[in-house]
Design a protein around this ligand. Structure first.
Ligand code: GDP
Ligand code: IMO
Ligand code: MG
Length: 425
């Protein structure tokens, strides 16, 4: 296998973890490059379900290095809970490595995220309340604590004296929220050090250099449409899930990347607020949700469901540089009479037709999807393991997606389990 990035090509929850776990068999090192515990990644192996948030979805194999890179943000309590649960289920974490450059989510980051979710009415994001946006804001504003700071007490004292007065001023005067004392923070840092110490990879430069010629798999969280630069801004997350993010977030340069696989469902979903042109607020949307078990892995929220949107898939292929698509959850359509694909948008203000994604999302309320209808295959495909054995109507649907996106499908997923996969030659 070549060095490969796995990215979400929609609004997240495309089944990235299943594909990462699958490809991890042939990788030596798996690197999670952005996002935090807002991610909910489900791996099903031998009937057992693992829900991962920060730990790379390659952890179920022995002897693979799983590295959480500099582009990530880490909520200590969530990391502690996740690693404890994995350990209690017998998963070996001796190869789990955490970059000292990853950013720590502080309690005031989650406080402000929660405040915004509870207070803001117009323009609310519908975040996961994990402090993600606030942590990345602090990182960009150059007032964040890094995992590596925990190793050095002098640095912690120095940084606390610089950062805390500023944070307290904002917490009090802007948000009217609880301020933190220096002692409180220093106590927290002791706790965080205990949580992170077994995993902090101080020799990460040596590790990256040693593994440069091995097979690297880069695991994205969220999806292209949640990307801070290319997504449905401002209804996005605060990092770069796109293929390019793999480089900044991992520490390996772009020349290390050979392939970018975009994971996309046979339909599309979204959790949280924001525009969604092919959303189905009817019985068909409910049927997709129920058959596809479309409820958030992290927050349990029902996911909004809609038909496959090829305008988005084509856009994702462009801005993420997709070399192929992994199409998941096509089995969800086994009992559907017909299946629709959105091929373009019509602007009801001026009749304009869009095949390229219109990036001003505040005007999306005037957009209407243009659909073509495909006949369903009305049979169970979850046990099929070769492309040739798929029903003709299913093959036609897949071919049409390739045509519309200009991107070949390399993997077809027909169920949550590792085995329920078809590799297309
Ligand atoms: P991620 O965030 O992209 O890793 O995706 P999630 O884990 O949040 O959501 C995907 C859900 O679909 C999980 O419950 C997976 O177990 C499940 N899943 C993945 N691939 C398939 C598939 O091909 N068919 C079905 N029925 N379920 C799948
Ligand atoms: P995975 O990796 C789906 C959404 C939230 C919200 C927006 C911003 O499992 O695909 P944030 O907490 O990041 O500030 O929320 O992004 N969101 C996700 N939606 N899957 C995810 O991750 C998501 N991570 C964040 O619902 O709309
Ligand atoms: Mg998810």
């Amino acid at each position: 296998m070549k060095n490969t990035v796995v990215v979400g090509a929609q609004w997240g929850d495309e089944g990235k973890a299943k594909i990462t776990d699958l490809l991890a068999q042939k990788a030596d090192m798996i690197i999670r490059y952005q996002g935090g515990c807002n991610a909910g990644h489900t791996v099903v192996y031998k009937g057992e379900t693992f829900k991962l948030h920060l730990v790379p979805s390659g952890i179920l194999y022995e002897n693979k290095i799983c590295f959480i890179g500099a582009g990530t943000v880490i909520l200590p309590e969530s990391f502690e809970q996740e690693t404890n649960e994995l350990k209690s289920r017998g998963v070996d974490l001796s190869n789990l490595k955490l970059s000292p450059l990853a950013t720590i989510t502080m309690p005031y980051n989650t406080d402000v995220d929660g405040w915004a979710e509870d207070t803001v009415k117009k323009g609310k994001i519908g975040s996961t309340r994990k402090g993600i946006g606030q942590t990345y804001t602090d990182k960009m504003a150059r007032c964040a604590f890094k995992v590596g700071d925990l190793i050095n007490e002098e640095t912690l004292l120095e940084k606390t004296d610089i950062i805390l007065p500023l944070k307290n001023k904002i917490l009090k005067e802007v948000y009217g929220l609880k301020e933190y004392s220096k002692e409180e923070l220093l106590e927290l840092f002791k706790k965080y050090k205990k949580i992170f110490e077994p995993y902090i990879c101080e020799n990460w430069q040596e590790m990256l250099r040693t593994n440069k010629d091995k097979t690297i798999l880069f695991e994205g969280a969220q999806g292209v449409m949640l990307d801070i630069d290319y997504g449905t801004y401002p209804f996005v997350t605060s990092s770069n899930p796109i293929g390019g993010g793999a480089s900044t977030g991992s520490g390996y340069g772009p020349a290390m990347i050979d392939e970018v696989i975009g994971v996309t469902k046979a339909y599309i979903t979204r959790v949280g607020e924001g525009p969604f042109v092919t959303e189905l607020s009817d019985e068909t949307g409910d049927k997709i949700r129920e058959v596809g078990h479309e409820y958030g892995t992290t927050t349990g929220r029902p996911r909004r469901c809609g038909w496959f949107d090829s305008v988005i898939a084509r856009y994702a292929a462009l801005v993420s540089g997709l070399t192929s698509i992994a199409l998941t959850k096509i089995d969800v359509f086994d009992d559907f009479d017909e299946i629709k694909i959105c091929t373009a948008y019509r602007d009801n203000l001026n009749g304009k037709i869009y095949k390229d994604y219109p990036t001003n999302v505040f005007m999306h309320k005037y957009l209407e999807p243009i659909y073509e209808t495909h006949a369903g295959w009305k049979s169970d495909i979850s046990n099929i393991r070769t492309y040739e054995d798929l029903p003709e109507n299913c093959k036609k649907y897949l071919k049409r997606i390739e045509e519309l996106t200009g991107t070949p499908i390399s993997i077809i997923s027909v169920g949550p389990d590792r085995e329920q996969t078809i590799f297309v030659n």
